[in-house]
Design a protein around this ligand. Structure first.
Ligand code: ADP
Ligand code: MG
Length: 311
């Protein structure tokens, strides 16, 4: 368990993080959501001591982090940042292996771990091991960045807006992957984002920050159903808008000619159903039928365009 206990950071006389306390259970995803400048990054960086708190402490399994040497702490805590931070002149395998190499794992254990992670993220090891970051799509680069942060099996993974640079559809897929992998590995993750949709989708617990304070902390259903104030209510309202609109548009409207694999959706199903079907199957399109007859497909690209029009 991770206990954040009245942690505060003062910069130039003003609190960037103001007496935040949170209990984080092992094996869960906690998402901290807030607008820019609300103190999310500072909070995250106080957990791995990249920023030293002005007051308060963080305990991991009862042990205060200030009693652990920073280099030991960094082995136990993975850190993934926006823009993935991959080394451009190193292969995918070397990028993923960065921390295990630092820890002097034997070569065969490292390569087994690399292959295991690539397979977990749906990237065929034989095909991707030797590629360079610029030879990957944005979504693949992001997955390699997350695989790297997970490589040494950290007790805790901190993620700072890891999907912020991705377009909405790729982001949805990356979020879906992260959730699957977290369930499979039982990792403990603290992720910060300005995107309430992401928080609701990924968080077992969601914390809402505003001006350095944690103003609400609970399961996502509570945040949605019982926002503590107008600020949280506004954030929840904005978050639901794109998905709500997708729920209102029938797939029949965007059906086009062309092949697609998998179980067909009726033309009356919503674009939101089509999006989940694609994310679930990993295909870029889903077949559409009307009265039992195939009428074509709906592609992720078409859904993406619709999302963009609405944004
Ligand atoms: P967020 O990640 O939510 O955008 P930050 O934690 O980066 O917010 O910043 C919170 C506040 O603290 C902001 O007002 C920011 O300007 C201030 N701040 C962050 N880091 C520093 C620093 N190193 N020195 C001075 N002020 C800082
Ligand atoms: Mg930040």
């Amino acid at each position: 368990m991770i206990e954040i206990d009245r942690i505060t950071k003062i910069y130039n006389g003003a609190p960037a993080v103001d007496a935040v306390s949170m209990l984080i259970e092992t094996g869960t995803i906690t998402v901290v959501v807030g607008t820019s400048g609300s103190g999310k990054t500072t909070l995250l960086r106080m957990i791995n001591r990249l920023v030293e708190p002005t007051s308060g402490e963080v305990r991991i399994n009862g042990e205060p982090t200030h009693a652990v040497a920073p280099h030991i702490l960094r082995r136990r805590i993975g850190y993934a940042i926006q823009g993935n931070g991959l080394f451009p002149h190193q292969t995918v395998a070397r990028n993923i292996a960065a921390v295990p190499r630092l820890l002097n794992w034997p070569a065969d254990r490292i390569s087994a771990r690399v292959d295991e992670l690539l397979a977990l993220f749906g990237m065929e090891p034989g095909e991707f091991r030797g590629r360079y970051p610029q030879e990957l799509s944005g979504g693949q680069q992001q997955r390699v960045g997350v695989a790297r942060a997970l490589a040494s099996r950290p007790d805790l993974l901190l993620m700072d807006e890891p999907f912020g640079a991705l377009d909405p559809i790729i982001r949805a897929r990356a979020q879906h992957d992260l959730r699957q992998i977290q369930r499979k590995l039982g990792s403990t993750i603290v992720l910060v984002t300005h995107d309430m949709d992401e928080a609701i989708l990924l968080g077992d617990r969601v914390g809402v920050m505003d001006q350095g304070r944690l103003i609400q902390y609970g399961p996502p259903q509570d945040i949605v159903a019982r926002p503590v104030n107008g600020f949280v209510a506004d954030m929840v309202g904005d978050a639901e808008r794109p998905m709500r609109l997708l729920s209102l548009i029938p797939v029949g409207d965007l059906a086009e000619a062309g092949p697609a694999e998998g179980k067909a959706l009726p033309a009356t199903a919503s674009l939101r159903d089509a999006l989940s079907a694609c994310l679930w199957s990993g295909h870029d399109a889903v077949p559409v039928e009307r009265d039992g007859l195939g009428i074509g497909r709906v592609t992720l690209a078409a859904i993406r365009n619709r999302v963009r029009q609405q944004a």
